[in-house]
Design a protein around this ligand. Structure first.
Ligand code: HEC
Length: 213
């Protein structure tokens, strides 16, 4: 039922345009009558609608201006993050490590960290920006702080140097070690009946076992 209400915002945004309001009301009327009968849901607020606007993708086009280095990130990390993630990102019991495991994913003892598994450094920036410091600590990081913290974590993972400056451009250029460790997306244009883009055990015709030596 919530969805039907979400699909009707045209009535709200064009409130002044009476005719359109009536048309939209006609279209949404039945659904909205049902919503009020159950008395659940409400229209999303403007700020709730904007929540997705600052999600940073792999091309970094949503990134704000600003910059930071691992050196600048170290004291911020020590003050706001180390209680849970350890002084050097090694983690503390029950809290995740952020550092290490690079090259371990295809071994019997994989170590999953943002450094070892993420394909794009922008994902680390986005996580820090939107989710840290976690509640109930104040969300008071500036874009410069977030660039610096991202740089600190990448430096501790051995991916960039301590003095490398991360900004809107250089962050996108960081080569994450696991960039090519993912199976490609299924092809969008030409359907591949044999699903050759999947690992062999999921393909239509399993590959023959290699001959015994
Ligand atoms: C109160 C403890 C706590 C503090 C303080 C904290 N974190 Fe975290 N952090 C967590 C927990 C718990 C998770 C795992 C959350 C999850 O998986 O949903 C996490 C996850 C993360 C991740 C993603 C890890 C992954 O492998 O996906 C990053 C990056 C991160 N934190 C960075 C930071 C930074 C930077 C700070 C300081 C600004 C910080 N955290 C402060 C508890 C904390």
């Amino acid at each position: 039922m919530r969805y039907t209400k979400l699909y009707c915002p045209i009535r709200i945004s064009l409130r002044s345009k009476f005719l359109l309001s009536v048309m939209a009301l006609l279209a949404c009327g039945t659904a909205m009558a049902q919503i009020s009968a159950y008395n659940v849901g409400r229209p999303p607020t403007e700020s709730e609608l904007r929540v997705g606007d600052n999600v940073v993708g792999s091309d970094g086009k949503e990134l704000p201006r600003g910059s930071g280095t691992a050196k600048e990130g170290a004291p911020i990390f020590a003050a706001k993050c180390a209680t849970c993630h350890g002084q050097n990102g090694e983690g503390v019991p029950s809290y995740p490590r952020l550092v290490g495991g690079v090259g371990s994913l295809n071994t019997p003892t994989p170590v999953f960290t943002v450094g070892s598994r993420m394909a794009y450094a922008t994902t680390i920036w986005d996580f820090i920006n939107r989710a840290t410091p976690p509640w109930p600590l104040p969300k008071d990081l500036t874009p410069d702080n977030v660039y610096a913290l991202t740089a600190f974590i990448l430096f501790k993972n051995g991916i960039i140097k301590e003095t490398d400056v991360l900004d809107k451009k250089s962050l996108v250029e960081v080569q994450m070690p696991n960039r090519n460790g993912f199976y490609p997306n299924p092809p969008q244009s030409s359907p591949d009946k044999n699903r050759s883009w999947l690992p062999y055990w999921n393909q239509a015709k399993p590959a023959k076992k290699p001959a015994a030596k």
